[in-house]
Ligand binder design. Structure first.
Ligand code: SF4
Ligand code: ZN
Length: 312
């Protein structure tokens, strides 16, 4: 029987793609970077002149997106790159990943701004979770998105790039389906949000079509990361359950994740049209953009304040 040789060259392979093709370090690096640049062009993510922020956590995804956009910036000096990190205050986790973010930015000469929940809201996430009976990721995500948008806008950033990959998007699509929250899906896609507004900094996802496996491989072989750190709150999240389910399906039926995202991309323009608001509301308390009279961040801050008063 003739077995087709799927190796890219005589070098040792570092990854096997869903097509069965095996790529060595150099060929995979080229393949991955081309895929990201193609995504940027295909979805028109970056203009000729930009003052970009990369939301940097110090994990593999955000370091990868910063590394690649930094390369792009060297080829196009009109595209400026900065990084923004949020310190939620998660003991034994965020301090370590933040150090990686700081080291990377120092080594690569990238401007890094760090903002913390403690300084901005008076409490760390760990402290908030001792007061409120809420799912950690719910409250963490609300405050992080709030700060990323507010601080990026104040820093006059034109777009905020995040490290979301194909696996993340798949999980979000499915989570929204399972929670019957289609409006949240309308905000997904490589360019986040339903409509543009000067109060919102446009968020973009250059790793949109790259799988978690590809991002991890790229980060490791390019020396961006040498170990894994997972948030201690992650395993109890709904996202973790959906992730495991999708990984199981992908293993049994390769290509499942691509199919989910590709079919979603076909209906996304209709979803965005369906949920287009007349105008974006402004939170009565903090003047930040909001879907309701009071934004979610202010709602939770009020709950925290009331709980502290009750206990006190
Ligand atoms: Fe926050 Fe949840 Fe992410 Fe941990 S896993 S950083 S709690 S959103
Ligand atoms: Zn508010």
């Amino acid at each position: 029987m003739l077995i087709k040789n799927l190796d890219c060259c005589s070098e040792k392979s570092v990854i096997v793609l869903p097509s069965g093709e095996k790529l060595c370090k150099q060929h995979f690096t080229d393949y991955f970077e081309n895929k990201v640049f193609k995504t940027i062009r295909q979805f028109d993510l970056i203009d000729k002149e930009e003052n970009l922020d990369v939301a940097l956590s110090g994990g593999k995804d955000s370091l990868t997106v910063l590394h690649i956009l930094n390369k792009l910036s060297k080829q196009n000096p009109k595209i400026k790159i900065n990084a923004i990190a949020i310190d939620e205050g998660i003991q034994n986790y965020r301090d370590k990943t933040l150090q990686k973010a700081i080291d990377f930015c120092q080594k690569n000469n990238v401007n890094l701004h760090i903002f913390s929940y403690k300084e901005e809201f008076g409490l760390t996430l760990d402290e908030m979770l001792k007061i409120l009976d809420v799912k950690p990721c719910t409250i963490c995500g609300i405050f992080r998105r709030y700060l990323l948008n507010k601080k990026s806008r104040e820093l006059k950033i034109t777009k905020l790039a995040t490290g979301h990959n194909l696996d993340d998007e798949c999980q979000s699509i499915l989570m929204n389906q399972l929670k019957n929250n289609i409006e949240a899906s309308a905000r997904l896609g490589p360019k986040v949000g339903i409509m543009q507004d000067s109060k919102f900094v446009q968020r973009i996802k250059p790793l949109y079509l790259c799988t978690e496996k590809e991002v991890t491989t790229y980060a490791f072989i390019n020396g961006l990361l040498d170990d894994f750190a997972e948030c201690p709150n992650a395993p109890q999240s709904f996202r973790a359950q959906v992730r495991d389910m999708l990984n199981d399906l992908e293993q049994k039926f390769p290509g499942t994740k691509y199919s989910i995202v590709n079919s979603f991309l076909q209906i996304l323009p209709l979803l965005k049209q369906q949920f287009k608001y007349e105008s974006i509301k402004i939170c009565e308390k903090c003047s930040e953009p909001s879907a309701n009279e009071i934004c979610n961040a202010c709602k939770y801050l009020e709950k925290l304040k009331n709980s502290i008063v009750e206990v006190g």
